[in-house]
Design a protein around this ligand. Structure first.
Ligand SMILES: Nc1nc2c(c(=O)[nH]1)N[C@H]1C(S)=C(S)[C@@H](COP(=O)(O)OP(=O)(O)OC[C@H]3O[C@@H](n4cnc5c(=O)[nH]c(N)nc54)[C@H](O)[C@@H]3O)O[C@H]1N2
Ligand SMILES: Nc1nc2c(c(=O)[nH]1)N[C@H]1C(S)=C(S)[C@@H](COP(=O)(O)OP(=O)(O)OC[C@H]3O[C@@H](n4cnc5c(=O)[nH]c(N)nc54)[C@H](O)[C@@H]3O)O[C@H]1N2
Ligand code: SF4
Ligand SMILES: [Mo]
Length: 902
């Protein structure tokens, strides 16, 4: 066992960067609490942060040993670390010698720690001599980065979290904060409560939980934000609501912007956006005339083929009205991942160098080369994410080292990514978990230590650097990412540059941080004055933090001196352009994608937890009821979603939260949980010309009923995470043969049920046999097995003692929900077992858990609301919303909906 300990660290999920206290006993994490002293969250956590201890409880499913495949297609086999290091180093060095440095590429992640990132960047740019190092931040933040640099002269938001308390008007654009940045969302709610009259404008094609709480929801057509912002600017100019002092004294380029928005009248813009002109003008007025206007924006702006322009058009509004550089005002880009900011700081992308330097700048390259004591840093631009995988597919890049990201799920046009990975000579995957869609393509799997096990720093959305600390040792042979990179780097150096001084001499993350901060001196993000000792003594700090300063800078540009050469902010003239892949008679629907409340990306962590499925148990395609009615589709139908790039089948969910013509699918589901790779099968790979960020928020699709006549439902009560994972691993290979299939967990008291929903075109006896076997449905006294081969019907159930343990229904699945409910209830079986397949009198209604922490279902909440409860009463009587608060937006919305229908 060991002594109980508490370790202060940072949540490994979103860019809010909440401080956590990890309680551990020996090498077991037993609890996670919000850190009351962390400035980002003051003790609060959302449903994801709160469940961290549960996901870290078991090492089942983790990558525990370095392993490789003797040949493609063979299973991964464990090897010694030494052999793995040598193998990777030799193969990479060989490829560099044969084909040059640009034949090697690194694809890393905004979930790496700054120290990890620094080493990979140095390895690629300093040792190998290629700028082919890009990251999943390309899919996430690169439009915001480009936008900030072009307008304000430097990357990074000018704002801080305190601004959420001071803003009188809040413009939330392309961000579903209630789900994606819950702790900040609750801070906004508290601010609005404290100061009535605060106004929220939400710009989103969907009526999200965030939008439902807005004073004004601008439900625009996907991709039309530039038209909206330009229309608003036109109206401001017309009404004279400008800050002429700011424009004249501190900016340049306003005239060009004025010219470009001249034709974008509010009426014209509103027509493009599909909203009312009055709403557009109202938004403009609130924006300009409020004492302090804050914009919060995220993927709805960035993930677009003109995402940079969306950012610029929004910043133009701030510059024109002087809503910047003051408390409560400014354009605040919310970062997605916990360390997307840190990655940018160390220059870990194909388009930048360390400490916000530029690859295209010869002086910058020389500075970095001199600092690293290498001959030169390459001036050849590196390949950004989408291009990197295209170059692999074309055979131009021969080897890829993928770290802490799952591109076979998260990149658009997955089939092209699969082809690229198949074509590559060498695929190295450095992962914390053994089963992801990308691991399936690994020639070498390097097991990484993960959250709770590693040390370093991360930078959150408000430029605040926090320590990440290890509470326990990594499981098995897993090692910290920077250690793996440094080991291989040292070996490659011996092969490639034996005479150069040791590029990777580090023993601790602190030494790496010290090297990194030295490179920032004199730059806009100068952290020359910040080190681990200060972080230890005074807690998390914001940058810049130059030598000699007592603390970091909360708000930038308060003196109205911007980071451009002239010191003036640059208005950038941008005009509206349509999405890259237009709808057409053949592909009539706009498909947009996004996040669920309780799942994280490819679900390698959250997918282990039954509670994370209770809010959204299955993948869905969301559609407006009118669109469905026109096509003769009903709720729950399986539909084929097809674009020019690919297809997948999803169950239909009808919702009035979407406008007619737009459909939505969550990004999380993937090949570990489904028969397809998820929604990126159909997303297109068009990228923004300036930021190279792909348009993950839009593609054009057609939607047809999927003709999959043979339905199968199965479920098994599993004993804890280990069995759940083992059973899922056993069922996963069966998914591929299905037209549609999804695996999910259901929380049932303190037990867990693993459930499978599948549909095939025709009965398949062999497949069904394999399924029954995977669920231990062999003959025996505890198994009831009914077959009607001619009809393709089979029903089996298995008991243990007096409890129903598992069932399979094929061909006739009418009783599936009733059986699932019985499994979940876990009560002793009463009466004859033979009645298990006899239909119940009362059909079971599917319920959804709204509050994860307290396990409160939608039906209970609706019943209480019907009796007159408001949010406060729901909290008091049912306890929902009282722990992490992630469901409070939904509770408010449910109360509001009932008021409207009353
Ligand atoms: N629960 C949860 N939280 C997360 C994550 C997670 O996986 N799960 N991931 C983290 C990461 S890495 C990121 S990047 C953030 C993402 O955080 P968000 O960007 O807030 O999340 P998304 O759901 O991807 O997209 C936000 C909204 O953009 C809208 N949208 C789509 N097209 C457009 C458009 O053309 N214009 C506008 N204005 N809006 C549009 C969508 O309808 C969606 O509601 O979340 C972070 N937090
Ligand atoms: N259609 C669509 N696609 C999208 C998006 C969208 O909105 N729509 N959003 C995009 C965005 S914003 C993002 S950020 C990406 C995210 O996409 P990914 O980066 O692919 O998402 P994750 O599943 O978080 O991948 C992180 C991986 O690292 C592993 N891991 C965890 N901890 C560690 C560690 O310490 N070390 C190592 N080596 N591995 C670790 C996890 O098991 C996981 O497999 O998806 C993008 N793709
Ligand atoms: S808001 Fe939630 S997911 Fe984001 S850092 Fe805080 S606890 Fe983690
Ligand atoms: Mo992201």
């Amino acid at each position: 066992m060991g002594e109980p300990r508490t370790t202060a660290s940072t949540c490994c999920y979103c860019g809010v960067g909440c401080g956590v206290l990890i309680d551990s006993v020996g090498d077991r994490i037993v609890g996670v609490r919000g850190d009351p002293h962390h400035p980002a969250n003051a003790g609060k956590l959302c449903s994801k942060g709160l469940s961290l201890a549960l996901t870290a409880q078991s090492t089942a499913g983790r990558a525990l040993h370095p392993s490789w495949r003797p040949q493609r297609g063979a299973p991964l086999q464990p090897v010694e670390w030494e052999s793995a290091f040598d193998h990777v180093a030799t193969r990479l060095a060989e490829i560099v010698r044969r084909h040059g440095p640009d034949a090697v590429a690194f694809y890393v992640s905004g979930q790496l720690l700054t120290e990890d990132y620094y080493i990979f960047n140095k390895l690629a740019k300093g040792l190998v001599g290629t700028n082919n190092i890009d990251t999943n931040s390309r899919l996430c933040m690169s439009s915001a980065v480009t936008g900030y640099k072009l307008s304000l002269g430097a990357d990074g938001p000018p704002t801080c979290y305190e601004d959420l308390d001071h803003a009188h008007t809040v413009l939330i654009a392309g961000s579903n904060m209630a789900y994606a940045h819950p702790v900040l969302y609750r801070r906004l709610e508290a601010a609005r409560e404290a100061r009535p009259g605060t106004r929220w404008i939400v710009v989103d094609p969907r009526r999200t939980d965030t939008a439902a709480m807005a004073d004004l929801h601008l439900q625009i057509q996907p991709g039309t934000d530039v038209a909206l912002f330009n229309g608003m600017l036109h109206h401001l100019i017309w009404e004279g609501w400008l800050d002429h002092g700011h424009i004249a004294g501190h900016t340049e380029g306003f005239d060009a912007v004025k010219r470009i928005v001249r034709d974008t009248t509010p009426a014209a813009a509103a027509a493009v956006c599909g909203i009312s002109e009055r709403d557009l003008c109202q938004a403009a007025e609130w924006f300009a005339r409020s004492p302090a206007t804050l914009s919060l924006y995220c993927m709805g702006l960035n993930q677009s083929s003109h995402g940079t322009d969306k950012n610029l058009a929004l910043v133009n509004l701030h510059l024109a009205t002087g809503q910047i550089g003051r408390a409560g005002a400014g354009p605040f880009s919310l970062t997605g991942q916990p360390n997307a900011m840190g990655g940018r700081e160390v220059g870990g992308m194909a388009t930048m160098l360390a400490a916000h330097r530029d690859i295209g700048n010869a002086a910058h390259r020389a500075e970095v080369a001199a600092f690293w004591k290498v001959d030169a840093v390459s001036g050849r631009p590196g390949l950004a994410a989408v291009d990197m995988f295209d170059a692999l597919a074309a055979g131009k890049v021969k080897a890829v080292w993928i770290v802490c990201t799952n591109p076979a799920h998260s990149l658009p046009r997955i089939e092209a990514v699969r082809q690229a990975l198949r074509r590559a000579e060498l695929v190295v995957v450095q992962e914390a978990y053994a089963d992801t869609d990308t691991v399936a393509f690994a020639d070498v799997l390097l097991p990484a230590a993960s959250w709770g096990e590693k040390d370093g720093t991360v930078t959150n959305s408000e430029r605040r650097i926090s320590r990440v600390r290890a509470a326990i040792a990594p499981p098995g042979e897993a090692r910290a990412d920077w250690r793996i990179a440094a080991e291989i780097g040292r070996r490659m150096q011996r092969l490639l540059k034996p005479d150069a001084p040791d590029l990777f001499p580090y023993q601790t993350p602190r030494e790496i941080f010290d090297e990194h901060r030295a490179l920032t001196q004199g730059r806009d993000l100068d952290i020359g004055g910040l080190d681990y000792d200060i972080l230890e003594a005074r807690g998390p700090q914001q940058w810049p933090f130059p030598a000699g300063s007592a603390q970091g800078l909360a708000r930038r540009y308060v003196d109205r001196r911007y980071a451009t050469e002239s010191g003036r902010a640059c208005f950038q003239p941008v005009s509206y352009r349509p999405v890259a892949v237009a709808t057409s008679p053949r592909y009539p629907f706009h498909l947009t994608t996004g996040r669920l409340r309780d799942q994280w990306h490819g679900m390698s962590r959250t997918g282990r937890l039954a509670q994370a499925f209770s809010h959204a148990p299955e993948p869905t395609l969301d559609m407006h009821p009118a669109d469905a009615a026109r096509r003769g589709l009903s709720d729950g139908d399986l539909v084929q979603v097809e674009s020019r790039d690919g297809a997948l089948v999803l169950p239909l969910r009808l919702t009035e939260d979407l406008a007619s013509g737009t459909v939505f699918a969550a990004m999380h589901w993937n090949g570990q949980f489904m028969n397809s790779g998820g929604v990126n099968e159909v997303c297109n790979a068009a990228v923004d010309g300036k930021s190279f960020q792909p348009e993950l928020k839009h593609t054009a699709v057609r939607i047809d009923k999927a003709e999959l006549g043979w339905r199968v439902r199965a479920a098994i009560d599993v004993d804890g995470q280990e069995e759940a994972l083992a059973r899922r691993a056993a069922l996963q290979p069966l998914l591929a043969a299905c037209g549609y299939a999804a695996l999910g967990l259901r929380a049932a008291g303190d037990r867990t049920v693993l459930a499978l929903t599948a549909a095939l075109a025709a009965p398949d006896e062999a497949w069904l046999g394999a399924l029954a076997e995977a669920l231990d449905m062999g003959a025996g006294p505890d198994v009831l097995d009914y077959r009607d081969r001619r009809q393709g019907v089979r029903k089996c159930a298995r008991w243990q003692a007096d409890r129903l343990l598992a069932f399979v229904l094929a061909g006739d699945v009418a009783q599936a929900e009733a059986l699932l409910a019985r499994l979940a209830a876990g009560k002793p079986w009463e009466g004859s077992r033979l009645r298990v397949f006899t239909p119940d009198a009362a059909p079971v209604v599917r319920d959804r858990t709204v509050c994860q922490c307290k396990g409160v279902a939608a039906s209970a909440i609706n019943a209480a609301i019907a009796r007159g409860a408001d949010v406060a009463a729901l909290k008091a009587t049912l306890g929902c919303g009282t722990v992490c608060g992630s469901c409070v937006p939904e509770l408010s919305r449910m109360c509001g909906a009932s008021r409207m229908s009353a």
